[in-house]
Design a protein around this ligand. Structure first.
Ligand SMILES: C[S@@+](CC[C@H](N)C(=O)[O-])C[C@H]1O[C@@H](n2cnc3c(N)ncnc32)[C@H](O)[C@@H]1O
Length: 254
């Protein structure tokens, strides 16, 4: 039984916004961790947390969240959003580069670290993951979301860009060259190895947006509840997990 199955059997108040096809898997994994720590107000670090899509709901659930992000505009939006949600006192915005994370956060201080859609764009992902691991207290957990390489190849090919698909498939980093907006993409093994190299123990890997980006809008918008359930059902299962637009890794510092 995975975290996704367990959380569905857990009654009571759960953190997070209403579940969507794009977020259901991530929130389900996070909720299971929060339920495991029932009652505790956790110290959360969200690296590249942007405008607070995860930080604000976590603060609303009673946790203290520090968001480190390179963008002043994103942090301004985060601060407004936190104030509007009435949780300004539990959300701290820190402008900084993820590549310099080690100097920005206290080692061994976080119960939960989020790093979603950031490792694709930083200079040195191994250094960022090492800093994430160092920020965690022993027993703390990391939620890491990275772009999936296979989905990018399929997506480009299905849109008729066969040359770009071929470049993406051949490039060791999983990019389509200098005009690609991302500097790298991952398959599950490579992402897991990155976390393991920093001393983190990967507990679960799920696919996020297995189908959400592939369906016609009329289907996705017309049957949102069915799509949420399908995303949840496919997230941990081969071969669908590995075809997802993003891979979510949940890991722990021993
Ligand atoms: C794709 S957004 C993801 C936002 C959020 N984590 C989420 O999943 O909704 C990437 C975020 O990373 C931030 N970012 C990009 N490069 C960064 C860096 N080197 N250090 C810190 N943050 C960075 C951007 O400002 C942006 O807010």
């Amino acid at each position: 039984m995975t975290r996704l199955d367990r959380v569905e059997q857990t009654p009571g108040r759960l953190a997070g916004p209403p579940l969507t096809p794009r977020t259901v898997v991530i929130w389900s994994v996070l909720r299971a961790e929060l339920e495991r720590r029932t009652g505790a107000a956790l110290t959360v670090l969200d690296v590249g947390g942007g405008t607070g899509g995860f930080a604000v709901p976590l603060a609303q659930a009673g946790h203290r969240v520090t968001v480190v992000d390179a963008s002043p505009d994103a942090l301004a939006a985060l601060t407004r959003r936190a104030a509007e949600a009435g949780v300004a006192e539990r959300v701290r915005a820190v402008q900084g580069d993820g590549d310099a994370l080690a100097g920005l956060v206290e080692p061994g201080s976080a119960d939960l670290v989020l790093c979603h859609a950031v490792l694709e764009v930083v200079d040195d992902p191994a250094a960022v993951v090492a800093a994430l691991a160092a920020a965690l207290r022993p027993g703390g957990a990391a939620s890491v979301l990275v772009a999936g390489r296979a989905a990018a190849v399929l997506g480009r090919a299905m849109n008729g860009h066969l040359d770009v698909a071929a470049a993406l498939a051949a490039d060791p980093a999983g990019t389509a060259g200098s005009r690609d907006t991302l500097r790298r993409r991952y398959d599950a093994d490579r992402a897991a190895a990155l976390l393991a190299a920093a001393g983190l123990v990967v507990e679960e890997i799920h696919g996020v947006r297995v189908l959400a980006d592939l369906l016609p809008a009329a289907v996705a918008d017309g049957q949102p509840a069915a799509l949420v359930e399908l995303e949840r059902a496919l997230a941990a299962r081969a071969p669908w997990r590995d075809l997802a637009a993003q891979l979510h890794l949940f890991a722990r510092r021993p």
